[in-house]
Design a protein around this ligand. Sequence first.
Ligand code: DOR
Ligand code: ZN
Ligand code: ZN
Length: 357
Amino acid sequence: MIQIPGIIDPHVHVREPGATHKEDWDSATAAALAGGVTMLLAMPNTRPPVTDADTLQLALDSASARARCDYAQFLGAGADNAASAAPLAGRVAGLKMYLDQTYGPLRLDELHTWMEHFTHWPETAPIAVHAEGRTLAAVILVAMLHDHPLHVCHVATQEEILLIRAAKEKGFPITCEVTPHHLFLSTEDLPRLPGGRGEVRPRLARPQDVQALWDNLDVIDCFATDHAPHTLAEKYGPNPPPGFPGLETALPLYLTALAGGRLTLDDIITRCYTNPRRIFGLPEQPQTWVEIDPAARGEIRAADGYTRCAWTPFEGFPVQGKITRVVLRGQEVFKNGQVLAQPGTGRDIRSRSYLSQ
Ligand code: DOR
Ligand code: ZN
Ligand code: ZN
């Protein structure tokens, strides 16, 4: 048996409020615990998007009623909320800026709006960006001009990881995350993912891009699922939305890479716990850990999962390494395939009363 700290997933689309047919705080956090994730940071591209005090309260009320693991909510950067968002910084995971087209209404087109957000958002509070290719180069410059640390979501290509390496080598405080689908899937998997199943942003990249991520593992600060559930009916429909579920399959995939000698246990713990805690300023979860049987072999099956979207792009993948038990703040919350935590037992790690409730 191996024991590791509770996994922190800094990039999860919970879908509540607004799209609970895809997922909600109950099903997302059940999937999280089944995947060894004891703390998640929730993205703001919900309906309505989380961009002000009222919509933040709406999201936090849903979370407080139904979450089974600990969490914080991101605030979304909008066209006109730069000044009003800043006072909320202490209550959220960070500010999320969508700078390229993806799912939801939060894309920021205007460079002056980017500048306003970097001007207002407190220096010590995290900013995470969806920025691909040249957009990434542009936002690195804007962050540098404001002396603001930058966290880059879901790096997918060789040019992006090399750009981040170059910025790090100049001493710029930039950090980044990579998803399991960009580490373990490429354009060569698209024939296996018909209809809109293969749609995701950033898109699955060429095998040489995937290789570049592995070759530059030292530049990758975090592994983050970008768990983005959509139903199969939507994925096969006329305008398939981009996104893959990932909460339950990520750790088994990393453990399989561990068994194959591609990752060390330290590689996993650093990127799934130590670095997310440092980058987002997250508290320790006392008496919290994940137990793993490193020898157990199996196959990824969506039918075994808790996510409401009920599919996975990794269907049938052979895996080695099984999560046998999860303990969160002293409570057994997952054992032998069963989620034992009740909805409403998860806590907001940004609330002043975290740990004293
Ligand atoms: O594929 C994606 N899906 N990429 C994103 O940036 C958003 C996400 C979603 O919310 O569905
Ligand atoms: Zn994104
Ligand atoms: Zn995302």
